[in-house]
Design a binder for this molecule. Structure first.
Ligand code: NAD
Ligand code: DAU
Length: 337
């Protein structure tokens, strides 16, 4: 039975991935290795309690001995989601980003070599390509030009993966995806933050002029892409995934406001994010051609479902928007809202 070590499986995308894989492939076992940082939450996988093919290990990817012990459980493959993932936090303090995203990846790569895994998947991001002007798309050939401490740490990790593939023949693939949305996303990212604020009539902070463009993809489409890269991706290759759904932040904000029946007076224009990337847009033709993958969830349907999920799961939100969360949020915005 393939036994996949999924790192970061208690986070937003990792938890959706673990649930997806166990539900769609009865021949696979999952070992979820997650440090449970502020972003990790076992409640995201509460429905898998007692599942015969699921094991959870609380562990840090920078802990070499713990990673090796986890791999000794018959692990055949590694899919590496664990990361510090929020750009704003990387601007406040880049230390944890370098530690987890760079050093953690190096430790995992060493373990992957030692245990001779069949496939290693590095879940990366389109942010490693930097920022686009008004036109054009990121392809897999676009040079790396990371602009934030977050994206620099992800690019550093990607380069290590490529070096291990080249030097040691590690059977590794890299995936680079655009902005995800969907259930279980930590409410510090744009869509869940704005939805949960608006539901409670709390203002929403739009950075700068709100004309930055992001390419939105439903988390399950990303999960299907990572799965396809794991099963069929060619070692040494990079695969981009995107939703073919570009939208300026302000337009998205007004759409959320309309869908929730709230007034536009809840918009607050706040100071721009430092070094803010202007536009991301993904060309995912290679994944479509080589992996037979395509995004399936329309933005209208996915967004409506996501809003409904946050409405139905107010208790999940309440456990997260706790004292620690608020102190971070207040530190970020002060009295600007
Ligand atoms: P997330 O912040 O929701 O979850 C990250 C998970 O990693 C958490 O469960 C956390 O506990 C765990 N983790 C953090 N540090 C760890 C450590 N040292 N050891 C073990 N576990 C640790 O992140 P996400 O949005 O689900 O992103 C998952 C991956 O996908 C990341 O690698 C991210 O760079 C990448 N990605 C995210 C997006 C997006 O839009 N969210 C898009 C493209 C790529
Ligand atoms: O592109 C993929 C990346 O998408 C992932 O690698 C990251 O892990 C993920 O966090 C995401 O990065 P962004 O910085 O694009 O996502 P975020 O939700 O933080 O912001 C989306 C856009 O909205 C961005 O232009 C900043 C803006 N924004 C964000 C927040 C949280 C605001 O205007 N106000 C806000 O309060």
């Amino acid at each position: 039975m393939p036994t996949v070590l999924v790192t970061g499986g208690a986070g937003f995308i990792g938890s959706n991935f673990v649930r997806h894989l166990l539900a769609t492939d009865p021949t696979v076992a999952v070992v979820n290795f997650d440090a449970l940082t502020y972003a990790g939450n076992l409640a995201n996988l509460a429905d898998l309690a007692g599942h015969p093919r699921y094991t959870f290990i609380k562990g840090d990817v920078t802990d070499r001995d713990h990673v090796r012990a986890a791999l000794q459980r018959g692990v055949t493959d590694i899919i590496h989601f664990a990361a510090e993932s929020h750009v704003d936090r990387s601007i406040q303090d880049s230390g944890p980003f370098v530690r987890t995203n760079v050093i953690g990846t190096q430790i995992l790569l060493d373990a992957a070599r030692e245990f001779k895994v069949n496939k290693y998947v590095q879940v990366s991001t389109d942010e490693v390509y930097g920022s686009l002007g008004a036109t054009g798309f990121f392809t897999e050939e676009t040079p790396l030009h990371p602009n934030s401490p977050y994206s620099a740490s992800k690019a550093g990790a990607d380069l290590l993966v490529q070096a291990y593939q080249h030097t040691f023949g590690l059977p590794a693939v890299i995936t680079r995806c655009s902005n995800n949305y969907g259930p279980y996303q930590f409410p510090e990212k744009l869509i869940p933050l704005f939805v949960t604020n608006l539901l409670n009539d709390i203002p929403v902070p739009v950075y700068g002029d709100g004309q930055q463009v992001r390419d939105w993809i439903h988390v399950l489409d990303h999960c299907r892409g990572v799965e396809a890269a794991w099963r069929n991706g060619r070692p040494g290759e990079v695969y981009n995934f995107g939703g073919r759904c570009e939208m300026p932040n302000l337009e998205l904000t007004k759409l959320l406001i309309r869908l929730l029946g709230k007034p536009e007076s809840l918009i607050r224009y706040v100071e721009d994010r430092l070094g803010h990337d202007r536009r991301y847009a993904i060309d995912c033709a290679k994944a479509e051609r080589e992996l037979g993958w395509a995004p399936q969830v329309s933005f209208d349907a996915g967004l409506a479902e996501t809003i409904a999920w946050y409405q139905t799961n107010a208790a999940w939100v309440a456990t997260i928007k706790n004292k620690d969360y608020m102190s971070y949020y207040e530190k970020q915005y002060g009295s600007k809202l």
